[in-house]
Design a protein around this ligand. Structure first.
Ligand code: ATP
Length: 510
């Protein structure tokens, strides 16, 4: 996979109405996107798959929908005012701004590549007798590169942990890292940059209050923890889930919808008895991986990665990474957040945020396990796995999106082979019946081959075709998007077929 694939996906998304750059007619600001007709259907389906899996499939998890603008002290208490920073550095020649840690990580990736190249060269040279482990530990060049990489990685991790900006700058200088645009080493100092957007509340300048656009949805859950627990009569362990917009003034905002300045999060905070957090952390790690695997996106696309640098609130944290076109990157975070947030809100608000545990007959502040996934990132993961340019046996080519039928924006198409002789009447009637069950399309324009291609490009899993034989015996063909095989079924079976194949609920409970 490559960056080239990302470009193709971006272009496909625009051409077929999935995602457009925002405010394009004004050459809009970067890293902000609008979802088009098929994009918003796909996004809704992913959201629904998450919501039903998390909220409806668990008796002890409920949902909320909280305000984007919250009292500013929320962000003082959560640590975001003081610690939600990225270390940034500018190149004086290109005037481009970078995250210092990202520059160093890219440099580390280049060292990895060099090591792998040496290993591959040797593998070819030695053939069957190649002992990779022995080679890695004894080849002087590989051993030296590995030692250098490891030392550098450790230095980076420590610098990030200690907010040591000078060391970050020193690494960039000593390793002679150059700006990818200007190619020079003419760097500024490293500075901390807070990622929160702020805005003003109030109409007069003298009574304004500075508010922040929330950088995560989690705090809306924490501040409502007791409201929800009491009103929904919940007992620990229980969870509160939320889907909503979050805003971050990202410095390096490239790579399509992978890193946006306005995006949607799907978060769940699971409140547990202190002392049981490790058990629940492992539980949610495997639950969340199962959720991804059920979509069958393909083998080897997901992996866990433990965090090197724990966030200011975390006791343990890992990511579920996905193999995006630009490599393995974070898709979802699972964090053991201790009682950090609730305790701080209690301190800053002066309100008690303890839970009375009737089984223990004692009150405590629960510990929290969080699962947090970006809806837009999940959208990109689904697209990445689905996108395929395929050469067909007859020499032609097609671009197909192989979405899981439950996620596909259009579930079916009904196509009269030719719109005459009553085929269009029968097809139209079938379409009217099926659209009550799921979103579909009726299409009679152009040749049947072109209509199939159009549906392939949207990822429509099933196309029902009404032909001459249909008028005689009431059967139709189902064409399967991925195999392109066709099967004849009675038209009367089409509704059941659709209901069984495209149900999100079935996927959730499978
Ligand atoms: P990253 O390291 O990529 O900046 P993060 O560790 O800051 O991400 P979290 O704060 O853990 O991310 O947010 C939870 C999830 O929200 C991420 O796993 C990701 O899917 C999503 N997310 C975070 N930032 C963005 C963004 N700028 N655009 C799109 N999705 C995002």
């Amino acid at each position: 996979m490559s960056e080239d694939l990302l470009k193709k996906i971006t272009a496909h998304c625009k051409e077929y109405g999935f995602v457009f750059p925002t405010t394009e007619i004004y050459d809009g600001p970067g890293a902000l996107y609008d979802y088009g007709p098929y994009g918003c259907e796909l996004k809704n389906n992913i959201r629904q798959y998450w919501w039903e899996s998390i909220v409806h499939a668990h008796e002890n998890i409920v949902g909320v929908d909280t305000a984007i603008l919250m009292h500013p002290t929320t962000w003082k208490a959560s640590g975001h005012v003081d610690a939600f920073n990225d270390p940034l550095i500018d190149n004086k020649d290109s005037k481009k701004r970078y995250r210092a840690d990202a520059l160093i990580e890219e440099h580390l990736a280049r060292l990895d590549e060099k090591i792998e190249k040496e290993v591959e060269k040797a593998r070819k040279r030695f053939g069957e007798q190649f002992n990779e482990e022995l080679f890695r530990s004894t080849n002087p060049r590989v051993a030296e590169l590995s030692r250098r990489r490891q030392a550098l990685h450790q230095r980076l991790t420590e610098a990030l942990r200690n907010n040591d900006l000078e060391t970050l700058r020193a690494i960039i200088t000593e390793e002679e890292i150059v700006c990818p645009v200007s190619g020079t080493k003419n760097w500024t100092e490293v500075r901390q940059f807070n990622l929160m957007f702020s805005t003003q509340l109030g109409s007069h300048s003298d009574d304004t209050l500075t508010l922040y656009l929330r950088p995560e949805t989690a705090q809306g859950i924490f501040v409502n923890f007791l409201n929800v627990q009491k009103s929904a009569r919940l007992k620990v362990p229980f969870g509160i889930a939320q889907v909503g917009k979050a805003f971050r003034n990202e410095i390096v905002a490239r790579q399509f919808i992978f890193r946006m300045r306005e995006f949607e999060q799907m978060e769940m905070q699971f409140f547990v008895r202190p002392g049981t957090e490790d058990h629940w952390y492992e539980f949610w790690k495997s639950e969340r991986m199962r959720w991804h695997e059920k979509l069958n996106l393909g083998p080897g696309l997901h992996r866990f990665r433990d965090h090197d640098k724990l966030a200011h609130y975390a006791r343990a944290a890992c990511d579920i990474e996905f193999r995006f076109p630009m490599g393995f990157k974070e898709l979802e975070g699972i964090h053991s957040r201790t009682d950090y947030d609730l305790r701080n809100h209690q301190e800053h608000s002066g309100r008690k945020l303890t839970y009375y545990d009737p089984d223990l007959n004692e009150s405590y502040i629960p510990y929290v396990i969080e699962t947090s996934i970006g809806l837009d990132r999940m959208f990109l993961a689904v697209l990445t796995a689905a996108y395929l340019e395929e050469k067909l046996p007859d020499g032609s080519e097609r671009t197909v999106l192989r979405f899981h039928p439950a996620l596909a924006p259009v579930k079916f198409a009904v196509l009269p082979l030719v719109p005459k002789d009553g085929m269009e009447v029968m097809a139209r009637k079938l379409f009217e019946d099926l659209r009550k069950l799921a979103p579909g399309q009726y299409d009679e324009k152009d040749s049947i081959g072109r209509r199939y291609r159009r549906q392939d490009a949207l990822g429509t899993p099933f196309a029902f075709t009404v032909d001459g034989q249909s008028l005689v015996d009431g059967t139709i063909t189902v064409r399967f998007r991925d195999s392109m095989e066709q099967e004849r079924i009675p038209a009367s079976q089409a509704p059941r077929f659709i209901e069984e194949q495209v149900s999100i609920r079935r996927l959730v409970w499978s």
